[in-house]
Design a protein around this ligand. Structure first.
Ligand code: ZN
Ligand code: ZN
Length: 224
């Protein structure tokens, strides 16, 4: 699905986004390991001349990073994440446990399924601009969760900081059972929507929200 001329949503159960730059492409999140195929197809059919030069990770959950295994081997992209998230991506540390029992049980399942860790080439901090994307550090879902705002189009890639529904007309708060600190995660989502004025909201799960101004107003009225 084409969001802008240079931004594509990769089809699949978990959202990854491909951004075309002048001489290369950038990917936001990789989905599960099976998602790599769909990312490769989207890349080949839309931007055949442009190598995948960087992968930016919103956070370390498996459903956002596991595609790195295939993509790393194939393209060798620069892998970028927030400094507080790096230990969980390279697997030098385990993510803190989630608040809720079901979330903790899921965490154990993920550890069983898990890989040995991925190389991170570059760490970023709040306010930094990387590959034309401004970094917002918004911890709560995980310690180093980030949102990324495209400087040119003002598209906001928000990982699991907020979710949208299937129709893409309602903004949903972060999922409590997957958060390390739900109160912090909710505050982070409010902060993100107060400080950025996105042209489109691109979540990790659910449909993109085009022209999200009213949806954001409703969210802030309800949760802040
Ligand atoms: Zn997550
Ligand atoms: Zn997720």
């Amino acid at each position: 699905m084409k969001i802008f001329e240079n931004i594509h949503l990769v089809p699949g159960p978990i959202n990854s986004y491909l951004i075309e730059r002048e001489n290369h492409c950038v990917l936001i999140d990789t989905g599960m390991s099976k998602s790599a195929k769909s990312i490769i197809n989207t890349l080949k059919s839309n931007f055949p001349e442009k190598p995948l030069e960087a992968v930016l990770l919103t956070h370390a959950h498996m459903d956002h990073i596991a595609g790195l295994e295939t993509l790393g081997q194939l393209y060798g992209p620069e892998v970028v994440c927030h400094e507080s998230e790096k230990p969980y991506i390279i697997k030098s540390a385990k993510l803190p446990p989630r608040e809720k029992f079901f979330g903790r049980a899921m965490g154990i399942f993920e550890k069983l399924m898990s890989h040995s860790g991925y190389t991170v080439d570059r760490i970023v901090v709040d306010g930094e601009v990387v590959h034309g994307l401004k970094v917002y550090h918004l911890p709560g879902h995980t310690p180093g969760t980030i949102a990324l705002e495209d400087m040119e189009t003002k598209a906001l890639f928000c990982g699991d900081i907020v979710n949208s529904n299937r129709k893409g007309n309602v903004l949903l708060p972060p999922k409590r059972m997957f958060a390390i600190d739900y109160d912090q995660a909710l505050k982070a989502s409010i902060k993100m929507l107060q400080i950025s004025k996105p042209s489109v909201l691109l979540p990790g799960h659910g449909k993109p929200i085009i022209n999200p101004k009213d949806v954001i107003t409703t969210y802030l009225e309800k949760y802040s």
